[in-house]
Design a protein around this ligand. Structure first.
Ligand code: HEM
Length: 307
């Protein structure tokens, strides 16, 4: 039916199939179009055909009519504006549906189309399913690991209304936080990463040579009265002074090991921490018996003595 309007844009030499048929009616006689009107393409048609038309003016021909008037043309839209009523009207008769079934995309289910509410905003796409009520959500296996959304956050600083804010500031800037592990809020530039960066820069032992340290000498290195803080770990002596402001447990805790063997204390609190790795550049020397004698021997001498 709409083909006629398209014909106008085709080249003049092209004659539509309908017209080609028009020249031969049921009895081989030329026929006119069913409308009987002259359209623009008829005017533009080749002369020969026009002449035939004029000759046959006035002759009547049986008019073609649709055999199934009520066959609705299937309409498919992609914007989902079908309403159940419209969809019902578009249902094809069995014969037509069978012949067209190969043209209908398999994935477009009529039921899903009709279930689309026409009042959806914009009328596009399917509506998302309604959200499940929170009570129906299955408990997550990691829910116990999540940071609670209310209450004080662990190791995230002190609450704004806390009196602890000023009073807990230590001389090096570390702040005690109310957490079960006893970690402190380290001062800016004193994170574990900062410590790692500092240790890469060189020797932090505070001594020029490898030391043989007697128990009495270790006892005097308390970190007070201008002296460095030394602590021993499994027979080796370390200068813990530079690490104090970096200690996650705070200054007070680490200072308990100053001037003495820190192995037991250390292992009681955090046996997973690797002392030797962390304080490797702070190594002062080795512990020797009190009766050993000289305490300023070089590393070479000391090791030779051991051999
Ligand atoms: C002298 C060498 C020490 C080093 C290198 C050291 C290192 C560390 C490190 C890396 C942490 C963080 C642990 C973590 O996040 O799991 C820590 C925490 C802590 N340290 Fe030390 N520490 C030393 C000595 C001590 C001593 C002697 C004490 C106690 C007497 C102590 C008490 C603590 C406490 C209470 C914490 C916080 C709680 C915890 O993390 O378990 N530390 N220390």
């Amino acid at each position: 039916r709409h083909g006629r309007s398209v014909i106008g844009i085709l080249p003049q030499w092209w004659s539509p199939p309908e017209r080609r048929e028009m020249g031969r009616g049921s009895e081989g006689k030329p026929v006119r179009s069913t409308t009987g009107q002259r359209s623009q393409e008829e005017i533009k048609a080749p002369k020969m055909v026009q002449d035939v038309d004029e000759e046959l003016e006035g002759e009547t021909t049986p008019k073609a009519s649709a055999t199934e008037d009520d066959v609705a043309i299937p309409a498919f839209t992609l914007n989902g504006d079908s309403s159940p009523q419209q969809a019902k009207q578009r249902v094809l008769p069995q014969s037509a549906a069978t012949s067209l079934s190969h043209d209908i995309p398999k994935r477009v289910e009529p039921s899903s189309r009709t279930s689309t509410p026409s009042s959806a905003p914009g009328g596009k796409g399917l509506m998302p399913p309604p959200a499940r009520p929170a009570s129906m959500l299955p408990p997550s296996s990691t829910s116990s690991l999540r940071i609670p959304s209310n209450g004080p956050l662990p190791n995230r600083g002190i609450p704004a209304n806390s009196q602890q804010r000023v009073s807990s500031l230590s001389p090096n800037g570390a702040v005690a936080t109310p957490n079960a592990r006893g970690k402190v809020l380290l001062a800016p530039g004193h994170s574990p990463m900062d410590w790692a960066a500092l240790t890469r820069k060189g020797n932090l032992s505070g001594v020029g040579t490898f030391q043989r340290v007697t128990p009495s000498q270790l006892k005097s290195m308390t970190g007070r009265k201008g002296k460095p803080a030394w602590s021993s770990w499994q027979g080796k002596v370390y200068n813990i002074t530079p690490y104090i402001p970096f200690h996650p447990g705070g200054e007070a805790e680490i200072m308990k090991a100053a001037g003495r063997d820190g192995t037991k204390l250390f292992m009681e609190v955090h046996p997973w921490v690797n002392w030797e790795n962390m304080l490797g550049t702070c190594l002062v020397g080795v512990m020797v018996p009190e009766s050993y004698g000289g305490n300023t021997a070089s590393a070479t001498e000391s090791l030779e003595d051991i051999d």
